[in-house]
Each structure stands twice: as C-alpha cells, then as structure tokens.
Design a protein around this ligand. Structure first.
Ligand code: NDP
Length: 454
C-alpha cells in the first residue's frame, strides 16, 4: 500500500495536493539511478554540459509563472516574492552554465616533470532542503553540483515538495539525461537519514535547523562524507546614530518580516544606538503597521502566513509571559496559519527572544551605547550568518563589518544573497559556502597529478 502525503496550503489550511510519500527503498532506488547516470554525465563535454544548464535555465523561465504560483500556494509566500525566487532559480543555472568550461586547475613548478591539479566531481550528492525557500535553496546546490559533473538526489521538505517534483520533470524537458536529477519526497527522519548514511552518497549539502545539521554532521562522519551546512541565524541589524535613520527604519521590516520571518538571514535583532531609539521606533512603527499581510496570491500582499500550525505555536511561544509588545501589525482573522508582525521592546540581550532563532515575524530592539558595545552585542550569539550595519561613517561601517563574526554582511542595505557572491555562516550557522565562483570547490575533489619528463 502506498503511503500518501497531504500537502497543505498554509493560507487556507486546505489540502493542495496528495502525492505518494517515499521511504528508504525509494531513496535507495534514487541513489542507484544517480550512481548509474554518473559516468555518462561526468563524461559530457564541458561545452555540452554548459549548454544543458543554459537550457535548464531557459526552461525554468518558460515555466516561471507556473512554478511561482505553486511555490506561493505551497509555502504561503507573496506571489511577487515567489516570482523573484523562481527568477533566481533560473539565474543560478545561467550563472553555473559558465562553470563547466571554467573549472580551472593550477600548474605548480616542481623538478623532474610537470605538476598540475584538476577538479573531479564527487559522484552522487544528496541535497536536503527546507521549506522556507524550497526551490531556490535547492537550486543553490543543484547549480554547482551539476556543473561540476555530479548527479544528485534531492530531498525537499515534506511541507513543500511540489516545486521540486515539477522541477525534476523540467530537467528531462530541458534535455538532462534520466538519473542525473532525482527527487525523493519523504520524511527527514527516514529518507533524509538514509541519504546521510548511504555508502554510495559522496556528499550531503544541507540547509535547515542547527539541530538537524548537527545530527547530519555526526551521521556523515561514519562514511567520511563531505558535508556543507547552512543552518540557523539570529542576525543583527546595527543602526548607528549617524545613519540615515529614515532609510534604516524603512528597510528594517522587510529584513526581518520578509517571508514572514522564516528566513535564516532575518535581521531579527535590531540593535539601535541609544540616543536615537525613540526616533527610530517612531519610524519603525509606521513601517511595520503598513505591512500588508494576507492572501499570497494577491499582488498587493507583502507578507503571507507561517508554514504550519505547529510552527505557528512555536513562534507564539515567544509571546508568553507578558512579552513587551511595542509594535503589532495586522493579520487576517481567518483559516490559515496567520501571525502579525511584532516588535518587542525593551528586551535585554539575555532574554529568550533575543537569543533563540524565532523563525517568525517577531523582532527585538536592543539599545547600545557605542561601537564597542554594538560589536559585543552583535557577536553575543551562537550564530553567525548575516547582518547589516547602517552608518554614514564609512570607516566605522567597515571596522564593524570586519569585527562581526558573520559570513554575509551589508552596509547601508540588508542584502544577503546574490547569485555571484558567496553565502554561508560562521559559528553554529554552519560551514561551507554556496553561490559565487567558489561553490564549485564544495562539489569537487582537487586532484594533484605529476607527469615525469626525465
Ligand atoms: P529541519 O532542519 O527539521 O528540516 C530541514 C530539512 O531536513 C527537511 O527536508 C527535513 O525533512 C530534513 N530532516 C529532518 N530531520 C532529518 C534527519 N534526521 N536527517 C536528515 N534530514 C532531516 O527544519 P524544520 O523544518 O523542522 O524547521 C525547524 C527550525 O529550523 C525552524 O524553526 C528554523 O529555526 C530552522 N530552519 C532553518 C532554515 C534555514 O534556512 N537555515 C530553514 C528551515 C528551518 P522533513 O521536514 O521533510 O521531515
């Protein structure tokens, strides 16, 4: 009897689709298919692999609206955001279509011959991805993995599998050979864990919680699998008194409430220089109360619901015990996992809401006195993914950027992700970098060859 998975629409709580739920045997079948496809895929000439990735990018563009609608409904995200995300998926394959012909090695001076390096694909790579940016995060891994000549098994989150399933069909439509991209829908505890344990899987690329990342790193140690981990965050948004306060306040809500706060880069700790806290809060209130929360398919919507009932309960737990709600936005009073954007203030740096990743639309505001305290507070976390610095003093902004223990920083902007620049964390936000030119290193082994000439 086939097990069935009912995929919900978070904005309505209704069943969007019922699909077969895979198990360990499906993972084993997918790994076998990927293993069988690997020799031919790695042998495809660099120019032809580039062409196939370019076609894949074009195919995603051809199906952009269809994929965006599916993602918006399944993940509960505003349709405008979903279009941007699927656009990024296409960009990633376009960017990495340049890689097969630029996978360069070194020549190294030695005596008695010629020494040089080449980069070899790893083999079968397991990709385990979360529900917050389902196809986009998958693409960050698929692009460099495929460009380098690996075959893959992708396990989407059970909450949001639909775009991954459709994407696998589009890969065939674009001309990728059978077995190069395999998708298995099933629970992390069985299907994900099997990928981690499987002896024929060379590497796991994971995005998700720090807790599961820890178990993946431990499990992968058994077979000395390569692992890259993109985990949680509690990122600071540092606003100095000399900043353009209106610009910083106008930008702060989308930096934390974008995707309803379900973003590993969410700037959920807003650190504001004490002398301008009151002025900043007034500006912030205007911006937060203006956020349009509602139907993801309405073009005017800026924030959708949370992903599930249990996740909403976890987010709501941060409002227990008389939490200091300074600003509260709106949310529909209807079926759906709705939650309004909320700003807590005053909050101490030791409070639970200031320390734990909430992964929902709750921000905290914490005052600081000077640059030294700002850096100390910003770094006072187990995480180190991203952050922002707002100041008109360029020297200060750069000093602070260098002092922060985080992988992705922006000055006078809240940008985190660009296809062409590296993305990843310090500390318990994970290790390894995605995107940019160097992501290929994480999907290849470096081989050194010496050719004797005497
Ligand atoms: P998880 O880390 O549990 O899920 C991420 C992916 O890992 C999913 O595909 C999941 O499968 C899979 N998985 C779960 N358990 C295992 C396992 N033992 N072995 C292998 N794979 C596994 O995240 P959650 O969905 O539970 O979210 C919990 C919290 O994680 C959030 O509140 C947030 O704090 C953080 N998070 C961070 C993300 C980020 O972008 N860095 C993204 C998502 C969450 P399945 O769900 O299908 O069972």
């Amino acid at each position: 009897m086939t097990d069935t998975l009912a995929v919900l629409e978070p904005a309505t709580e209704a069943v969007l689709e019922e699909i077969p739920r895979g198990g360990v045997q499906d993972v084993d079948r997918a790994v076998a298919a990927a293993k069988a496809a690997f020799p031919a895929w790695r042998a495809v000439s660099p120019a032809d692999r580039a062409l196939l990735l370019r076609r894949l990018s074009d195919t995603v563009v051809d199906h952009l609206e269809e994929l965006a609608q599916l993602e918006a409904r399944n993940a509960g995200k505003p349709i405008g955001d979903a279009r941007g995300e699927i656009g990024m998926v296409a960009q990633v394959f376009g960017y990495y279509s340049g890689a097969p012909e630029r996978l360069l090695g070194d020549t190294i001076p030695v005596s008695g011959g010629q020494a040089f390096t080449v980069r070899e694909p790893l083999g079968v790579v397991g990709l385990i991805v979360p529900w917050n940016f389902p196809l986009t995060i998958a693409a960050w891994k698929l692009g460099p993995a495929l460009a380098a000549g690996n075959t893959v098994v992708l396990k989407p989150a059970e909450l949001t599998p639909l775009t991954a399933v459709r994407f696998a069909e589009l890969c065939l439509e674009a001309g990728l050979p059978e077995g190069v991209v395999n998708v298995v829908v099933g629970p992390g505890s069985t299907c994900g864990a099997r990928l981690v344990a499987h002896p024929d899987v060379a590497k796991i690329a994971f995005t998700g919680s720090t807790e599961v990342g820890r178990s993946i790193a431990a499990g992968a140690a058994e077979t000395i699998k390569r692992v890259t981990l993109e985990l949680g965050g509690k990122s600071p948004n540092l606003i100095f008194a000399d900043a353009d306060l209106a610009a910083a306040a106008a930008a702060a809500p989308s930096a934390v409430f974008g995707n309803a706060g379900q973003d590993c880069c969410a700037r959920s700790r807003i650190l504001v220089q004490a002398s301008v806290v009151d002025e900043f809060m007034a500006e912030l209130e205007r911006a937060v109360t203006a956020i349009r929360v509602g139907d993801p398919l309405d073009e005017a919507t800026e924030m959708g619901p949370l992903i599930s009932a249990s996740h909403r309960a976890g987010v709501a737990s941060f409002l227990d015990d008389g939490a200091p709600i300074a600003i509260r936005g709106s949310a529909p009073n209807a079926p759906g996992f709705w939650f309004p954007p909320i700003v807590l203030s005053p909050v101490g740096p030791g409070d639970r809401a200031a320390r734990e990743e909430i992964f929902g639309p709750i921000a905290v505001v914490i005052p600081f006195s000077d640059e030294t305290e700002a850096i100390r507070l910003a770094n006072d976390t187990i995480y180190g993914l991203s952050g922002s610095i707002w100041s008109r003093d360029g020297g200060r902004a750069l000093r602070v950027a260098r002092a922060l223990d985080a992988g992705v920083l922006s000055i006078n902007s809240n940008t985190s992700v660009r296809v062409s620049t590296p993305f990843g964390g310090f500390k318990q936000s994970g290790y390894g970098r995605e995107l940019g030119p160097h992501a290929l290193d994480a999907y290849t082994e470096e081989k050194s060859i010496f050719f004797a000439t005497v």
